[in-house]
Design a protein around this ligand. Sequence first.
Ligand SMILES: Cc1cc2nc3c(=O)[nH]c(=O)nc-3n(C[C@H](O)[C@H](O)[C@H](O)COP(=O)(O)OP(=O)(O)OC[C@H]3O[C@@H](n4cnc5c(N)ncnc54)[C@H](O)[C@@H]3O)c2cc1C
Length: 331
Amino acid sequence: MTFRLLRPTSLAEASTLLASDGGAAAAIAGGTDLLSEIRNGTAAPDTLVALDSIADGALHGISDTADGGRRIGALTTIADIAADAAIRTRYAALAQAAAGLATPQVRNLGTLGGNLNQRPRCWYYRHPLTVCLKRGGDRCYAVPGVGKYLCITGGDRCFIVHPSDTAVALAALGASVDIATAGGIRTVPIADYFTGPDVDLMRENILQPGELLTAVTLPPPSDGQRSIYLKARERESGDFALVSVAAALTLAGATVQQASIVLGGVAPIPYRAAATEAYLHNRRVSQISAEQAGAQAIPNPRPLPDNAYKAPMAANLVNRAVGTLLAAAPP
Ligand SMILES: Cc1cc2nc3c(=O)[nH]c(=O)nc-3n(C[C@H](O)[C@H](O)[C@H](O)COP(=O)(O)OP(=O)(O)OC[C@H]3O[C@@H](n4cnc5c(N)ncnc54)[C@H](O)[C@@H]3O)c2cc1C
C-alpha cells in the first residue's frame, strides 16, 4: 500500500485537498483508526491529509463558551477530555465515556474528531477478505453469520452499531458539532450528524467530501443536571461497548424536569430511548421505578439470531443509570 501524506496549514487548504481528489483522499488525525483500516484493506486512500499541521485554533483545545458551555476542538485528544476538570464536574457522562474507552495509548493519540468519525467495527466489514455491502459487495455476511456484536434496532440490510462512546455521551448532553464547509462553518445538533444504513450504506454521517468536523460544543448544563455513562463490555480495557448508556437528568426539587437517555451498541447511530425519557419527564422521583424506566428503553427490538441478549442488557444499564442518578435526589 502506498499513499502520499500532505500537511496543509489551514482548514481551507485541507478542505480543498480533500474535495479535489474525487474521494480518494482521507483526513488523518491521530491515525489510530484510519491506519488500521489501511492495513486491513478496508480503506485505500491515495492521499492522507494530516490535520495536526493546521494551526487554526478552532481545531485545538477546550474552552468555555460565552454562555457557559464548553467547546472542544476536533484535535483534542480523548485523554485531554477525560482529564478536563470542567468536563468532569459539569458533563460527567462525557468524562466517564472518554476515560473508559480504548486503552491509554489510544486515548493519548486518538482525537475527538477521529473518535466521532471512526468507521464501524463489524468484523465482516473489517475483514481483509470479505467484501460486504458496506464495502460495495452484494450481501451482509452477518446474516446468517455471527451477529453477536451487531445492532438490535435500526438495521437496514447492514447491521452495524455505532462505535463511538463519546458520541453517545455527547448526544445525551445535547451537544452540537461545527462542520467546516466550502462556504464557512455550519453547526448541527449532534443528533442530526450520524446517519444509518437506511440513508446511505457507505457512510455513517452527513459529512460531504471536503468537509471536516472542527469542534463540538456542549450547552451550559441546566441547574440540577447530573449525568452518567455506563458501559457493558467483554474486557475491562481496550474493548468497545456491547451496550452503553448515557443518561442526563435535570431535577427541579423532587421532580424530573428533563431526561435525556441515549444508548450505544444497539443501533447504527446513537439511539435515543424516547419512551424512557417520556416516562421520566415531569415525574416525581418518588413515583419513578428505575426498573420500569429500563424496561422501556427499546420498545420493539429486532435482534439477530445471536444478539437478543442486548435488550435485557440495555434495560439493566438504563435501570442502573437512572437509579444511580436519582439515588441522591430529595424524596
Ligand atoms: C484497541 C482499540 C480499542 C478501541 N476501543 C474503543 C472504545 O472502546 N470506544 C470508542 O469509542 N473507540 C474505541 N476505539 C477507537 C478509537 O477511539 C479511535 O480509533 C480514535 O478515537 C480515532 O481517533 P484518531 O484521531 O486516531 O482518528 P483517525 O484514525 O486519524 O481517523 C479516524 C477517522 O475519522 C476521520 N477523521 C478524523 N478527524 C476528522 C475530522 N476532524 N473531521 C472529519 N473526519 C475526521 C478520518 O478520516 C478517519 O476516517 C478503539 C481503538 C482501538 C485501536
